[in-house]
Write a new protein. Structure first.
Length: 343
């Protein structure tokens, strides 16, 4: 790792702020949610290096907390960008050469596009490797199905667009349903990929009921996919943070399989300090992309806005280069619990 540079990865509290902040300091978990929600929203709290990342025994990076909740980032994007900027300043002071945008810190910066003017530190949204890992997981999820009708919810977002292009390139699915809010973007993406795979579009979540598998890639602070949206025996790959499925879905629809998406095995990785809500040796793919760029000594920005397929090929090449450390899709899990079978 002689060419490696330190990296930093930005995280923020998700749906339950007190619960997530308790990962940094346990007593915060006992503070009533409404109080801590108000404090996080109103006070100019500083960014905080909540954990040090180690690979085996070597320190390689930091996890930096952006003190703004998921709902705050979506409802107050300008303030969210200000706080993300402060967190990146902090990452630069820590000596990071590249910083990754976790969860909605990517959304409020247009996938990092608003940060392209920074020259003091490289930025990546992690979406190239997220799209690659989600594609790998989806192929495993579809392996035994006679039909492969796939819905991508959040299809016009940064990860969604890249995943749709990957699926069209490979021709590994029978049809695509692209679901998103913006009709013009949906139409343009469908026209692009429809030459390779039969493609339809919708703005209505209920239309995914006609699909065998659903991939969730939306930017929302709430659970969006319900039992009423899914076909019998459907398979769901939820790669959102905060996640867009609820454990209640599994109870209401035992015929449906929900798989945690975008999770990568890095067995030698461990955090000292807070945690990111995953078992030791696992990371979200956006985190893993930043990690790989740090190991490779990458200089400058990488994936900002919508990643290209060249970005995906490059980051897959780095995963192969550092395969001795893992960097492959994690074993299937559902709401954090191992899945023996996806059938």
């Amino acid at each position: 790792m002689s060419s490696a540079v330190p990296f930093a990865f930005l995280v923020h509290p998700r749906a339950r702020i007190a619960e997530d902040l308790a990962r940094v300091w346990r007593p915060l978990g006992r503070v009533p949610e409404r109080f801590i929600d108000s404090a996080v929203r109103k006070l100019p709290l500083p960014s905080y290096a909540m954990a040090r990342v180690h690979l085996d025994s070597a320190p390689v990076g930091h996890v930096v907390l952006v003190p703004f909740g998921a709902k705050h980032l979506l409802s107050e994007p300008h303030e969210g960008r200000v706080r993300v900027g402060r967190a990146i300043d902090h990452a630069a002071r820590l000596g990071a050469g590249v910083v990754g945008l976790g969860a909605l810190t990517a959304t409020v910066t247009a996938g990092g596009a608003t940060l392209r003017g920074r020259t003091d530190i490289g930025v990546t949204n992690g979406n190239a490797y997220t799209a690659a890992i989600v594609e790998d997981q989806l192929m495993a999820l579809l392996a035994d199905l006679p039909e492969r009708r796939v819905a991508v919810v959040g299809a016009t977002g940064s990860v969604g667009t890249t995943l749709v292009r990957l699926l069209a390139q490979s021709g590994a699915v029978d049809s695509l349903l692209l679901v998103a809010r913006g009709v013009p973007k949906l139409a343009a993406l469908a026209a692009e990929v429809g030459r390779r795979v039969p493609t339809t579009t919708s703005t209505d979540m209920h239309d995914v009921r006609g699909c065998d598998a659903v991939v969730l890639l939306t930017a929302s602070a709430d659970a969006l996919l319900g039992a009423e949206h899914l076909a019998p025996g459907a398979r769901v790959l939820d790669a959102t943070q905060p996640r867009n499925t609820s454990p209640d879905l599994a109870a209401a629809r035992p015929d449906v399989t929900v798989v945690d998406g975008g999770v990568v095995e890095v067995p030698g990785m461990h955090l000292r300090g807070g945690d990111i809500g995953l078992p030791r040796g696992q990371a979200y793919a956006c985190f893993a992309e930043t990690f790989l760029l740090g190991l490779a000594g990458h200089v400058g920005h990488f994936s900002t806005g919508v990643p290209t397929l060249d970005h995906v090929a490059h980051i897959r090449g780095l995963a192969d280069r550092f395969a001795q450390h893992g960097f492959a899709a994690a074993a299937p899990a559902s709401f954090g619990r191992p899945l023996v079978s996806v059938r």
